[in-house]
Design a protein around this ligand. Structure first.
Ligand SMILES: [Zn+2]
Ligand SMILES: [Zn+2]
Length: 135
């Protein structure tokens, strides 16, 4: 399936990625640089990390909010997207996460795609129903 790269808008082909190979590699390198820098300088600030690695501040915040960094910059401030409480990692605070966990019944959008077997089984089931109706 052909799609446009989110960064350079060039056409590329990949089933899951939103970046072309070149931009994907660049993104991986940026992330690695931030991660490595924070490992070596655990007390660093976001501005310092951005300056030393050349990675955009916004991107660094993205890594933090995605929970991808095991060491976060000293002054990283994130807010729970539900109640607004200050948090250190992730998108929602632990309290809201617990509440979400108990209320959400449907699968999150980013969950691993349901196995094809289930879908095929469903289809067979539907076909059987149609056959039954026709006979
Ligand atoms: Zn690209
Ligand atoms: Zn919250």
């Amino acid at each position: 399936m052909l799609k446009n790269c989110e960064v350079c808008h060039r056409l590329f082909s990949h089933s899951t990625r939103t970046l072309c190979q070149e931009c994907y590699d660049k993104a991986q390198k940026s992330f690695q640089a931030v991660k490595d820098y924070l490992r070596e300088h655990p007390g660093a600030t976001v501005a310092e990390v951005a300056k030393e690695t050349g990675v955009d501040v916004d991107l660094i915040y993205e890594y933090i909010s995605e929970g991808r960094l095991d060491v976060v910059p000293r002054d990283a401030v994130l807010h729970c997207s539900i109640c607004g409480t200050q948090i250190k990692i992730g998108r929602v605070c632990t309290k809201c996460r617990e509440e979400l966990r108990s209320t959400i019944t449907r699968e999150p959008e980013r969950a691993t795609p349901s196995p094809r077997k289930t879908k095929e089984a469903d289809r067979v089931h539907i076909l059987e129903n149609i056959r039954k109706r026709q006979s």
